[in-house]
Design a protein around this ligand. Sequence first.
Ligand code: 4NP
Length: 163
Amino acid sequence: MPEQQTVSKSVLFVCLGNICRSPAAEGVLKHLLHQRGLAGSIRVESAGTSGYHLGDLPDRRMRAAAKKRGMVLESRARSVSSQDLRDFDLIVAMDRDNYRELLRLASGPNTKIRLLSDFLDESWPREVPDPYYGGDEGFEHVLDMLEAACPELLDELQNGAAC
Ligand code: 4NP
């Protein structure tokens, strides 16, 4: 039987290009939802603050790293819009530049906009580093951070604390 759930909450992950970090975050949270029998109960998407890679699949290096952990990333890059800020319950920026760009789009403070590191303990960096110009280990590090953050993020979403 396919898992059927009522969609109760929504989360949008945001990075710069929407081909590395945020589609990986989308994949990690969807994977977690699936593992917990909650697939479909939360709307999960990703977007970029730039339009550099519109319509592209995630970067092949990120797809390969995710595949090794059992995840297939198949979203297509799109730009974040002001409508997204109205539609989604929670909008999670990967780094401070993305966060500032989202606040600019929102024209001011908005409690729905958070940093990914808000869902991590202090042993992790405060920003998810951009792996695009680096080696394979950067992609693994991003996935490690996302896998550490998503259980807490889901917990807050389900308990209403995140939004
Ligand atoms: P992302 O990584 O923001 O994690 O998707 C990047 C992807 C592409 C570029 C920069 C960052 N770029 O400059 O093309």
